[in-house]
Design a protein around this ligand. Structure first.
Ligand SMILES: [Fe+2]
Length: 393
């Protein structure tokens, strides 16, 4: 700490984060405070006809004296068609207050659809990096119902193109929800498999942001706190779905991890999870769970003093072992071969992963041979022991 600080860029475009068990009840207050007259709700289709949807509708009706327009998002990961359908619904409602409720799919859909309201065109036309967009005048409130993506505070979104292997990435500060409302009571109904996979996505955000080449004194405290909280509480949230403390800490950790990766970016596990999703329909969190222990075994010697911090956060002698043990406890310790059945298919994943910009953020610069070795190691479940990755020295 005696050296001068390294240069960094830290971004945070969200205005307010509210965390309270049962905090969904604050929606009416927030709508009133914003002076809204045209509310709209973008909600995960999982909640269609639910008591929660009725509760949200009633709150907004009382606050604004008008019924909210509802749009339900299909359960699968977003694609350009579902985003454009959402944008059309929103355009018809012309909202000044938008509530996005659900997992990453619903929040990402709402974020990109809202961007299209002030920047009309196809969903693809607003994808990519470094583009300038007109902000939309509405207030966007994001309410996550899973602890995972951190989409409620992130500047990014991901969506597929139907009938293609392409994953589009969207990135703009104009997409970030102004208000993130964390109500962990909404996570209680998530199926255990979703809790495990989305929770491991949050773990991967925290670890990859922490060891990234773009990590900084500003992002590290968020990433470190997220790792410690997930190390302590994720298995409890998985095994005891109604545990208020476990659900609350995991949701806060997922939000912190996203604040960290907004600036610090991500690494090889995300570079691998993207083609696993696009080419083999592996759910994003599961893809990260398949990759992160092997990636960390590969990275560990390049992580410097941070290796011990990661190991401690996950209660093991090494970072790779801690992450493998957590994965095993969440029943995500599966062979890559279940999803990528041939050498050729694995080679395609390796080639696609190498094209990701995240490769450059990883603490160790991987070659295609290294990537192949990591994928080879992912074929063998390791029962909670550290993975071995055989790369040429
Ligand atoms: Fe992720």
């Amino acid at each position: 700490m005696q050296d001068a600080p390294q240069a960094f860029t830290f971004v945070h475009s969200n205005r307010r984060i509210i965390s309270a068990w049962g905090g969904l009840d604050k929606l009416g207050e927030l709508a009133k405070e914003a002076g809204t007259s045209r509310p709209a709700v973008v909600m995960d289709g999982f909640f269609e006809n639910s008591e929660m949807a009725a509760r949200v509708g009633a709150m907004l009706q009382t606050a604004c004296g008008k019924p909210a327009a509802f749009h339900f998002v299909p359960a699968h990961e977003p694609d350009t068609v579902t985003i454009e359908a959402c944008a059309a619904s929103l355009a018809a409602a012309s909202p000044d207050f938008i509530v996005a409720i659900g997992g990453g799919s619903a929040m990402d859909t709402a974020k990109v659809a809202r961007l299209l309201l002030s920047n009309p065109g196809t969903a693809e036309s607003v994808s990519g990096f470094g583009k300038r967009f007109k902000p939309h005048a509405s207030l966007l409130v994001a309410v996550p119902t899973t602890a995972g993506t951190g989409s409620e505070v992130s500047e990014s979104a991901v969506a597929g193109k139907p009938d293609s292997d392409i994953k589009l990435i969207f990135r703009s500060q104009e997409m970030t929800p102004q208000i993130a409302l964390l109500d962990a009571s909404l996570c209680v109904s998530a199926p255990a498999t979703v809790t495990a996979a989305s929770g491991y996505d949050a773990v991967t955000h925290a670890v990859e942001a922490y060891v990234s080449k773009a990590a900084s004194i500003m992002s590290d405290p968020f990433a470190e706190s997220a790792m410690r909280l997930l190390g302590q509480w994720l298995v409890t949230a998985y095994k005891e779905p109604a545990h208020p403390a476990a659900r609350s800490w995991c949701l806060i950790a997922s939000c912190q991890a996203a604040i960290a990766f907004n600036s610090a970016n991500l690494g090889l596990a995300h570079a691998i999870a993207a083609p696993l999703g696009a080419l083999h329909h592996v759910a994003h969190g599961l893809g990260n769970a398949l990759a992160l222990p092997a990636v960390t075994a590969y990275n560990e010697a390049s992580m410097g003093a941070k290796a011990a911090v990661v190991a401690r956060a996950f209660g093991a002698a090494t970072a790779a072992e801690g992450l493998a043990r957590l994965r095993h406890a969440l029943d995500l310790d599966l062979s890559l071969d279940r999803f990528v059945p041939s050498d050729e298919a694995r080679e395609k994943v390796a080639q696609a992963a190498m094209k990701s910009g995240q490769v450059r953020m990883n603490p160790r610069l991987a070659t295609i041979e290294d990537m192949r070795a990591i994928l080879e190691s992912m074929r063998t479940p390791n029962g909670g022991a550290a993975a071995g990755v055989k790369v040429a020295a």
